[in-house]
Write a protein that binds this ligand. Structure first.
Ligand code: FE2
Ligand code: FE2
Ligand code: FE2
Ligand code: FE2
Length: 399
């Protein structure tokens, strides 16, 4: 099926505003919902937040009153969309349960994007990053068992494995080594730009979440683990945002944002199992088509180019949440000991990496290590969810 968002008609902007009744969405059932429905909700919340913050930044740099007013109008709708989407999450979930779901999104969304990404340098950036969020999932799952006495399979189900990835302790790199080379806006495939925007938005939402919820815990180990992983999410945002070409004009960036929203709502509409949630994806797609039309008109007027030159003629393969177990196991067995040096990747620890490690750890075991030892001591064994057999690396098998 081909779908060209530039050719479709959406809902006129003045009819997109919702009243309180329409905003009061029914949350998903925490016990029976498809875990991937929750993943889609979290993804779209991250996308809407990025669209809002992007629009604010644009408005702050834009001297044209008419455009600032247009941005404010569209942004108000994006805010309502964000509310409708994120309020689908049930209030019963603890912060740690939401955290585990965020890391599941990071794992399965990034793995899918890595599998689909045509550009080898960009693909490597996703392969590299996914092994870290995979390890965060394992650390948080152990914290969850230790302080809430529950098992992460209640959240991730049998869809995403929980076991060590690249050890969290090794994620602390010199900030200089987190900046990647950006794609070339003239040469990159449209789908590559969408991938980069999507993963950047997801990681940014995780970073923001940990910055705020970390100190709501009383347990020292929880507070410390959120600080540690929160700093790594800063590295991840730096890593992924640096992939986008900074030479893209504001108009071009706005166009890409709206196009990406169309792409993702369309993808999730196609793959959603919950009919009530699917109806929201469909409604939002019809809103985004109009945002895209507005952004395209302003792009033509101010940027002087034709949007069709820039955007994909039809939507790429729908973004799909599905298990990536085999793919992740393959990455673990081949790339677990990778780190970054400048804008590239190396296998051995280098001098700048070592220095940073010494400075931040200073002979203290970080929370990401202690949480495993503590849980072993309290629960008898550490928590893992190994569905396809033992850990792919012999040295990381549980004994
Ligand atoms: Fe939106
Ligand atoms: Fe993470
Ligand atoms: Fe991350
Ligand atoms: Fe939008």
């Amino acid at each position: 099926m081909t779908f060209n968002p530039l050719r479709e008609r959406g809902i006129p902007l003045d009819r997109q505003v919702r009243n309180w009744r329409e905003l009061d969405v029914t949350p998903i059932d925490p016990d029976h919902a498809d875990p991937y429905t929750r993943c889609r909700i979290i993804t779209m919340n991250g996308i809407e937040i990025e669209s809002i913050m992007f629009s604010h930044h644009f408005a702050r740099r834009c001297p044209d009153l008419g455009v600032r007013q247009r941005l404010a109008e569209v942004r108000y709708v994006e805010q309502q969309q964000q509310k409708a989407v994120n309020w689908l999450l049930p209030g019963l979930a603890s912060v740690l349960e939401t955290t585990i779901a965020y890391e599941q999104v990071a794992v399965d969304l990034t793995a899918w994007v890595a599998r689909m990404e045509p550009d080898p340098y960009l693909r490597k950036a996703y392969e590299f990053g996914v092994l870290e969020d995979f390890d965060h999932l394992y650390r948080y799952a152990n914290l969850y068992e230790m302080i809430e006495h529950r098992k992460a399979e209640k959240i991730v189900d049998q869809l995403t494995e929980v076991m060590p990835g690249r050890p969290t302790k090794m994620h602390h790199r010199h900030p200089v080594d987190n900046v990647r080379e950006h794609y070339d806006r003239e040469k990159a495939k449209p789908v590559s730009k969408l991938h980069a925007l999507t993963i950047m938005s997801a990681e940014q939402q995780t970073m923001n979440f940990y910055m705020n919820v970390g100190p709501t815990y009383m347990e020292p180990i929880a507070r410390q683990l959120y600080q540690e992983i929160g700093l790594i999410e800063e590295e991840h945002v730096t890593h992924y945002e640096s992939l986008l070409d900074p030479r893209e004009t504001w108009w071009e960036q706005w166009l890409n944002h709206e196009y990406n929203e169309c792409y993702l709502y369309h993808s999730f509409m196609e793959t959603e199992s919950d009919p009530k949630v699917k109806a929201i994806w469909e409604l939002h797609l019809n809103m985004e088509l109009e945002h895209l039309r507005i952004a395209a008109d302003l792009f033509r007027e101010h940027d002087g180019r034709d949007p069709e030159q820039l955007l994909a003629p039809t939507l790429p393969t729908p973004v799909t949440f599905e298990p990536n177990t085999g793919y992740l196991r393959e990455l673990i067995s081949t790339q677990i000991d990778h780190t970054t040096l400048g804008t590239g990747y190396v296998q051995e620890a280098h001098e700048r990496f070592q220095r940073w490690q010494e400075q931040i750890h200073d002979d203290v075991e970080p929370a990401s290590e202690r949480v495993i030892d503590d849980n072993r001591a309290r629960s008898g064994e550490e928590y893992r969810l190994e569905i396809e057999g033992g850990h792919p690396l012999y040295s990381l098998r549980s004994h």
